[in-house]
Design a protein around this ligand. Structure first.
Ligand code: ADP
Length: 500
């Protein structure tokens, strides 16, 4: 670790694999800590103990009995259960039946209160445990209030005097926007709304995302391309003026994937394990997937997969416009996803219209996901915007060739195949347009006919390094930067930042 001292970091996330997941945030929160721990840092994780997280299954033990947590003008009680991501990486579960004993993770009318409580209880927990992190690593709007508190209600609190904050934006589209009342709940009403000359809305609503961006000592998002894109009105989700003000502390760090879990050579969910040396075995997974999905069993038919939240961001409107034309080309299609009812209807219609050729699973199913990564020939992500995207990386690791729109992390990880030079690892298009998507899939299908070409694409994808090793080091640098920017009596040279 060169001359830098090990850091103490608390990472907070609303979802963490393997305890609760709806999307990529959970993957990151479950895998980045392992890479940081391997680098010698004391990284710990906090999340709510949702009702669906079974304490027995995960061996959770109570480590702090009920203690008071300020909420509005009253006190609510939290207790803490402890589990682990891996040996040496504790996960603290914030326990409160009123807020978390429900079926789901999000989408409740009191979500603002639920996540304010999670954050406040986490800070109070640290004091009770007497564990002072150098950095609190906040992720997405659910935890964005913490940088705000560190600069207000906890400003004079000696316990947090040397605690810096990093705020990671996993998706700018989900900002957590609420009314004035949440300022009272969070105990910051005396400071009022935010003001920004170019963003009048901020003076009328509480936008948690904006507060994270405004108050954090360092900010990042999950790919370099998206970090640039969000500075523009097209991708800035109305916060681009604020992001431009803070661009000196805004960085892009590409997500990694957990290459131990996402490993076709050891994956227990697929019928046939394989690696780059035994790619011929992979076809057994395709045939099994075709059986399970009621598709015609045909090793030669090109099979395209999608695994996704069904949200407007993901580009399904342009896909819907061309699916009939695509299925007429003789390909097969399997989708696993859940979300917007409008897309549930759209994909159900497609499945009914093309029995044996289109299969649709409108649920969340982590095991089936692995079978789709391992059994499809191509993996489609035509996203309108994509902060990082993990699906394309997992697909490549499993030998499924990505077809993507070149935006955000998709642009940073998938390079369009050029048959003249042989360069590239997938297929991509720039303009968000149905015919650009259609033409790109046709290109992929044409290349699929050439076995050697296709094999090279698969091998290149499987050989790429999508692990956390490079990105975890970048997070460590960013933690030091946050500490330096936090400045509360911290000398840069104590942390090795000044030497960089
Ligand atoms: P996002 O974070 O926007 O949802 P990402 O591509 O970053 O998109 O991450 C999505 C993650 O969630 C991937 O690990 C993907 O395999 C998984 N996933 C998405 N939908 C489902 C589903 N219905 N069933 C199982 N896994 C899913």
């Amino acid at each position: 670790m060169s001359d830098q001292r090990p850091l103490k970091v608390l990472l907070l996330s609303a979802e963490v694999v393997p305890f609760a997941k709806t999307g990529g945030l959970a993957d990151v929160a479950g895998s980045l800590p392992k890479a940081l721990h391997a680098l010698g840092h004391d990284i710990r994780v906090a999340m709510p103990r949702y009702g669906r997280i079974d304490p027995d299954k995960f061996g959770l033990k109570e480590v702090l009995a009920a203690f008071p947590v300020p909420m509005d003008k009253q006190m609510e009680e939290a207790s803490i259960m402890e589990g682990a991501l891996a040996p040496g990486i504790p996960v603290y579960f914030i326990e409160n039946g009123k807020y978390y004993d429900r079926d789901g993770i999000y989408m409740y009318p009191d979500d603002a209160e639920r996540f304010i409580f999670f954050c406040r209880a986490s800070l109070e927990m640290l004091k009770r445990m007497d564990w002072r992190p150098d950095v609190i690593h906040c992720n997405d709007w659910h935890t964005a209030i913490i940088p705000n508190w560190l600069k207000t209600v906890y400003k004079e609190d000696a316990f947090f005097a040397n605690t810096a904050s990093l705020y990671t934006i996993h998706n700018l589209a989900y900002q957590g926007i609420f009314g004035y009342r949440v300022l009272e709940v969070a105990g910051i009403a005396e400071y009022g709304f935010m003001y920004h000359a170019e963003m009048a809305d901020l003076s009328e609503v509480v936008d948690f995302m904006a507060r994270g961006i405004f108050f954090a000592d360092a900010i990042n998002t999950v790919s370099e391309k998206y970090a640039q894109e969000i500075l523009t009105p097209e991708f800035g989700e109305k916060l681009d003026p604020l992001l431009r003000d803070r661009r000196d502390r805004l960085f892009g760090i590409l997500n990694g994937i957990d290459t131990d879990v996402m490993n076709p050579a050891t994956d227990k969910h697929i019928v046939q394990q394989f690696d780059v040396e035994s790619l011929d075995k992979r076809v057994a997974n395709k045939l099994e997937l075709q059986r399970e999905a009621n598709l015609h069993e045909d090793a030669a038919a090109p099979l395209i997969g999608i695994i996704s939240r069904l949200a407007d961001q993901k580009g399904f409107d342009i896909l819907g416009d061309v699916t009939d034309h695509l299925l007429d080309l003789g390909l097969q299609f399997v989708l696993l996803g859940t979300g917007d009812p409008h897309y549930h209807e759209m994909f159900s219609r497609i499945a009914q219209a093309y029995p044996g050729r289109a299969a649709v699973f409108l649920t969340f199913n982590a095991e089936l996901a692995q079978k789709i990564y391992a059994g499809t020939d191509m993996f489609l992500m035509p996203s309108r915007f994509e902060p990082c995207g993990l699906g394309q990386m997992i697909a490549m690791r499993y030998g499924s060739v990505p077809i993507v729109r070149a935006t955000g992390g998709l642009a940073d990880t998938v390079k369009d195949f050029d048959p003249r030079t042989g360069e590239g690892n997938g297929f991509s298009f720039a303009h968000y347009d149905r015919w650009a998507l259609f033409a790109t899939i046709v290109r992929a299908l044409e290349n699929f006919k050439y076995r050697d070409t296709w094999r090279k694409l698969q091998v290149r994808g499987m050989g790429a390094d999508f692990s956390w090793s490079a990105s975890a080091l970048k997070y460590v640098d960013l933690y030091y930067r946050a500490i330096a920017a936090c400045g509360k009596g911290t000398k840069l040279e104590d942390y090795g930042v000044a030497k960089k």
